[in-house]
Design a protein around this ligand. Structure first.
Ligand SMILES: CCCc1ccc(-c2ccc(S(=O)(=O)CCO)cc2)cc1[C@H]1C[C@H]1c1ccccn1
Length: 240
C-alpha cells in the first residue's frame, strides 16, 4: 500500500488531523463555542465562512463506557455497517480498495430542504497510533476521511452538489482494571472520542439552514453511532 499514488497525501493529512484532534478545545485557538451538550458529549463549532459559504469547523468530544477505541474506529471505517448508523446516507459505494486500511468511497446524502442534494468522494484511512503519553497504555485508534477526486465521478455533473470534507475520528481507550483481580470486562473499559470535521457544502446554501442542519444532525449522528457500537459489541469479546 505504501506505493499507492495517494500515500504521501494520506500520511500528511493523517499526521495533521491527529495533531489537531489531540489539542484540547482551549489550545485549538479561541472562537470555539459549545453548541450542544448531552451527558459526556460536548459539541463545539467555530463560525467560519468561505466565499459566503458556511464551512464551520466542528469538534466533538465524548466519553463512552464499555467500548474501546479500536471498536469505535472499526465500525466507523468498515463499509458494511455504515447504513446502520449514518442517518443521512442515501447511497454508498466503495470505489477503490487502496489497501486493507485505506478505502475510497462515493456517498450521496439525503436531500435537506431547501438545499439541493449533496454527494462526496473521499478516501478513508484507519490507523493505530502509539500512545506517546503512556507507553504501556492502550494505543490510540483513528480514522481520517478526506475528500478526493475520482475520474469516474466528476464533481457536479449530475443532480448532486459535490461537498468537500475533512473528518478525523480519534479514540483513546481507558482501562481501569478490577481491584479484586477478576478478568477484565466491559465495565472496566471506556473510550474518549474526539470527532473533528470541516465540511464545505460545495454550493451556496443559506447559512441559517446549514447551521440548523448541523446543530440537529451532528448530535444525532454521534449519539446514534455510539449507541450502535454499544449494541453491536455488548456480547462480543473486547477488541483492543
Ligand atoms: C449540506 C451538507 C450535507 C452533508 C454532507 C455530508 C455530510 C457528512 C458526510 C460524511 C461524514 S463522515 O463523518 O465521513 C461519516 C461517513 O459518512 C459526515 C457528514 C453531512 C451532511 C449533512 C447531512 C447533514 C449531516 C451532518 C452531520 C452528520 C450527518 N449528516
Amino acid at each position: 500500500a505504501c506505493q499507492h499514488r495517494l500515500w504521501p497525501e494520506i500520511d500528511k493529512v493523517v499526521q495533521q488531523q491527529v495533531a489537531m484532534a489531540r489539542m484540547g478545545i482551549g489550545e485549538c485557538g479561541s472562537g470555539w463555542q459549545l453548541f450542544a451538550e448531552d451527558g459526556e458529549m460536548k459539541m463545539y463549532r467555530r463560525e467560519e465562512e468561505l466565499d459566503g459559504m458556511v464551512v464551520d469547523p466542528l469538534k466533538a468530544v465524548h466519553v463512552v463506557k464499555g467500548i474501546t477505541g479500536h471498536e469505535v474506529c472499526h465500525y466507523f471505517f468498515t463499509p458494511q455497517y455504515r447504513y446502520d448508523w449514518e442517518t443521512t446516507l442515501e447511497q454508498m459505494n466503495v470505489l477503490e480498495t487502496i489497501s486493507d486500511d485505506t478505502l475510497m468511497f462515493m456517498q450521496t446524502h439525503k436531500r435537506i430542504w431547501p438545499a439541493s442534494q449533496r454527494d462526496v468522494v473521499f478516501w478513508s484511512h484507519i490507523r493505530k497510533l502509539p500512545n506517546e503519553k503512556d507507553r504501556d497504555g492502550p494505543d490510540i485508534w483513528t480514522v481520517v476521511n478526506n475528500s478526493t477526486e475520482h475520474p469516474d465521478y466528476p464533481a457536479n455533473n449530475g443532480k448532486c452538489v459535490r461537498i468537500f470534507l475533512k473528518v478525523c475520528l480519534m479514540c483513546q481507550t481507558r482501562v481501569d482494571p478490577p481491584k479484586d483481580g477478576t478478568p477484565l470486562s466491559r465495565e472496566n473499559v471506556s473510550c474518549k472520542i474526539t470527532y473533528c470535521s470541516v465540511v464545505n457544502p460545495g454550493g451556496w446554501a443559506p447559512a441559517s439552514v446549514l447551521r440548523a442542519v448541523y446543530k440537529r444532525e451532528y448530535p444525532k449522528f454521534l449519539k446514534r453511532f455510539t449507541a450502535y457500537i454499544i449494541n453491536q459489541t455488548k456480547n462480543k469479546p473486547i477488541m483492543f
